[in-house]
Write a protein that binds this ligand. Structure first.
Ligand code: SF4
Ligand code: SF4
Length: 723
């Protein structure tokens, strides 16, 4: 029931000499097929989810080509898949969100990089860094360096991206080393076109099977004593081979410019922002013509010393643009230059001033504005002959707009954090927790990764820590024994299968923990794009009934928990706020020993709406009766204290001016986006709020009985209303 990618799948089938139009991440997907990839795996996450989502939906076409596609249960299993390329000449690609996914995968990556590969191994990571990011901020570069994995950071241009995918496989094979393709958020989502090649059916594939398993060779096993030799091979053989390939194939791009006395070295992924900044200063046009020479590093690790010294030679100063911290590239360039001046004929390099983090921010995204500031400082110092006045004026204009906005507001702009979808099944659970807190006081809440982390924002403001995907229960293991009241760990079903079962539940059972675990069972990995899980509902559950188990699978979370020895186990429908509050209170106060697990059941509303929309359209189209539920607030009854909004947070629940002149405050109002989940009525009931809420049924294609009832009701209401 995920989003459909029919158009994207068609674009994967383009042949020789045709033109692909679309997003960067889809260009990568197409380029994998052009490169003859044998197998693809991964774990979804922004900004690279599309790669796997499209490939999974294109399974029929992948089968035609003989490409195996695997939706892995976490990044570690995806990384381990690349083990196929150690012994076999098969090209493989895996994908995930970084840095978080890379952390999960790093054990397998360490072993993979030690053993080395025969077939090209490409790890496509979505570098979730900067203003659009959704995870803790760190760079993947450090992982590449510590594991001796080469790292591509392509210039955001579809032809370059597609070319580098193919070169990535070749680089991997030329140096027997896995290659990371680091795709920034902007690179994944950049739109453009490139001329395609025909897809290559892989030599070793699901359609072209190898008769025998690979011969035994201890050198392919990352195990002592082979690991000692492998560690040496990384720097003595694989690194020189990689540098040779990078140089010969000119993977890094040199853009000449008339101002030969200065230069800029930038990570490939920053090129578009750099060009925009230079354009704002008046030193470049929108087509890439620029007077400052640039060395664009499409390969950020390893650097090629000859390319660095060649670019810096004869320059008074060079600026390094490197996003994030610490400044690995700048430090390596400094080392390369310092070593080079000792060589005959290279003494002139001692005169080249190296700038980078001294002129630019250490941490955070390098937006065009950040880069403009850095460039102005650099150029004022080392290229005073250039007219950079337009850049200064632009910065002043931006500052003036900000100052004016702040003046008009009279206060800093309030943040607009993300929120649960309208009618989300997870919202009622947090309303219930708030109600329970009124009775038993505040409890330590270990939050997790997933939609439920939105509860850390107002109006709920619930959660004390987040330690990673599926790590909530594990993260409460230290704090729970030191607190008088039982702590609560919350995770989604996505987190449960990703990591939570082993890291949390199994560990709790081993150590006799006494925590309360609440699992949001909405049926999908909702936060990453509603991909399916091992316990996702089967297709036949496409009925319109909402209050039912979302799971029609025997591979249930409940069976798994029972198998692990959990005995205190409750399953509560999330929209039943009073039941949820009662169960939570029982879990917090019961004398029963061991882990208390509440499975909070309610299908992801986003996915439910996607599921039922075509069904409703079909019913309406065939003239059948359809009933939709909506909630509303009676203006006359609402007192305007807004308790309902504080306990719900649904975007459909808003305010409007009261028509009663005696009411000063605006009254609550349910707008047209309400999906009738029922939470409003439940909260009003469970919290003993007020009788303002009403439930209405919207009947389309009414039958004779509906019409009769409507007439009868109108008549009775007419009698009761004063003339
Ligand atoms: S995607 Fe689903 S689970 Fe996530 S906030 Fe929306 S309705 Fe809730
Ligand atoms: S019933 Fe209330 S909580 Fe549910 S969608 Fe409508 S306004 Fe939102």
């Amino acid at each position: 029931m995920e989003r459909q990618f029919n158009a994207e799948i068609e674009s994967l089938k383009l042949g020789e000499g045709e033109t692909f139009h679309g997003e960067g991440i889809l260009a990568v997907t197409k380029a994998l097929l052009q490169s003859g990839v044998s197998y693809v795996g991964g774990y979804q996450g922004a900004p690279v989810s599309h790669l796997l989502d499209v490939m999974v939906q294109a399974r029929d076409y992948m089968n035609e080509l003989g490409v195996h596609v695997e939706a892995c249960t976490n990044e570690a299993s995806a990384a381990a898949m690349l083990g196929a390329s150690i012994n076999y000449p098969a090209r493989g690609a895996v994908t995930w969100k970084s840095i978080v996914g890379t952390n999960v995968a790093s054990d397998a990556l360490t072993y993979l990089s030690s053993a080395g590969v025969q077939g090209g191994a490409l790890i496509v990571v979505g570098e979730d860094y900067g203003e659009g990011a959704s995870v803790a901020q760190e760079r993947t570069h450090a992982v590449a360096m510590k594991s001796s994995l080469w790292m591509l950071d392509p210039r955001p241009n579809l032809a370059t991206i597609a070319h580098l995918v193919e070169c990535g496989f070749e680089l991997s094979e030329a140096s027997n080393t896995p290659v990371i393709m680091d795709l920034r958020i902007r690179t994944c989502h950049v739109h453009g076109s490139f001329v395609t090649k025909a897809n290559r059916a892989p030599a070793l594939s699901t359609r072209n099977l190898q008769a025998d398993a690979a011969r035994f060779d201890y050198e392919h096993i990352a195990h002592p004593p082979a690991t000692f030799r492998q560690e040496k091979l990384k720097s003595s053989v694989r690194l020189p081979a990689a540098r040779r390939y990078i140089r010969e194939r000119q993977l890094n791009e040199l853009f000449a410019g008339s101002e030969a006395g200065v230069g800029i070295i930038c990570q490939g992924g920053l090129y578009n922002n750099l060009l925009r900044a230079l354009q704002l200063i008046g030193l470049a046009d929108a087509f890439g013509q620029c007077c400052i020479p640039m060395l664009v590093l499409n390969v950020v690790y390893p650097l090629v010393p000859e390319e660095i010294t060649g670019f810096c030679s004869g320059k008074a100063a060079v600026l390094v643009l490197e996003e994030g911290q610490p400044e690995f590239i700048e430090q390596e360039i400094a080392t390369i230059l310092r070593r080079a001046v000792e060589e005959p004929g290279m003494e002139g390099l001692a005169q080249t001033r190296l700038h980078g983090k001294d002129l630019l921010i250490m941490a955070g995204e390098y937006t065009a504005e950040v880069i403009v500031h850095g460039l102005l400082g650099f150029l004022a110092k080392h290229a005073p002959q250039l007219d950079i006045a337009s850049g200064t004026r632009w910065c002043e204009a931006v500052d003036a707009v900000r100052a004016r906005a702040a003046g008009l507001l009279g206060a800093p702009l309030p943040p607009r954090p993300p929120n649960f979808c309208v009618g989300c099944p997870e919202r009622p659970v947090f309303a219930a927790i708030k109600l329970v807190e009124r009775d038993i006081g505040k409890r330590h809440i270990a939050a997790d990764i997933g939609c439920h982390s939105f509860a850390t924002f107002a109006p709920f403001s619930l959660g004390n820590s987040i330690l990673g995907y599926g790590m909530s229960l594990a993260s409460s293991a230290g704090v729970a024994p030191m607190l008088a009241g039982r702590s609560l760990a919350i995770m989604g079903d996505g987190g449960f299968w990703h990591n939570g079962f082993l890291s949390g539940v199994a560990s709790n059972q081993l150590n006799g923990g006494d925590a309360v675990l609440l699992i949001m069972k909405n049926g999908y990995t909702s936060a990453t794009g509603t991909q399916e899980l091992v316990s996702s509902p089967h297709e036949e559950s496409a009925e319109l009934i909402q209050e039912k188990s979302t799971v029609r699978s025997e591979r249930t979370i409940e069976n798994t928990l029972r198998g692990a020895g959990v005995t205190w186990l409750r399953n509560v429908y999330t929209y039943r706020v009073a039941d949820m509050a009662k169960t939570l209170k029982e879990a917090f106060t019961t004398a029963a020993p061991g882990l208390k697990v509440i499975v909070a059941e309610g299908e992801c509303q986003l996915e439910r709406q996607r599921r039922i929309r075509p069904i409703l359209a079909r019913l309406l189209g065939s003239g059948q009766r359809v009933v939709r539920t909506r909630f509303g607030v009676d203006d006359d009854t609402c007192s305007g204290d807004h308790s309902c909004i504080r306990l719900s947070g649904c975007p459909s629940l808003t305010l409007k001016a009261s028509t009663d002149p005696l009411k000063v405050d605006p009254v609550a109002h349910v707008n047209h986006s309400c999906v009738g989940c029922g939470l409003c009525g439940e909260v009003a009931h469970a919290a003993v709020l007020c009788p303002s809420f009403y439930r209405a049924e919207i009947v389309q294609n009414p039958n004779a009985w509906d019409r009769y009832l409507a007439r009868l009701r109108a008549m009775v209401i007419g009698w009761l209303q004063p003339a």
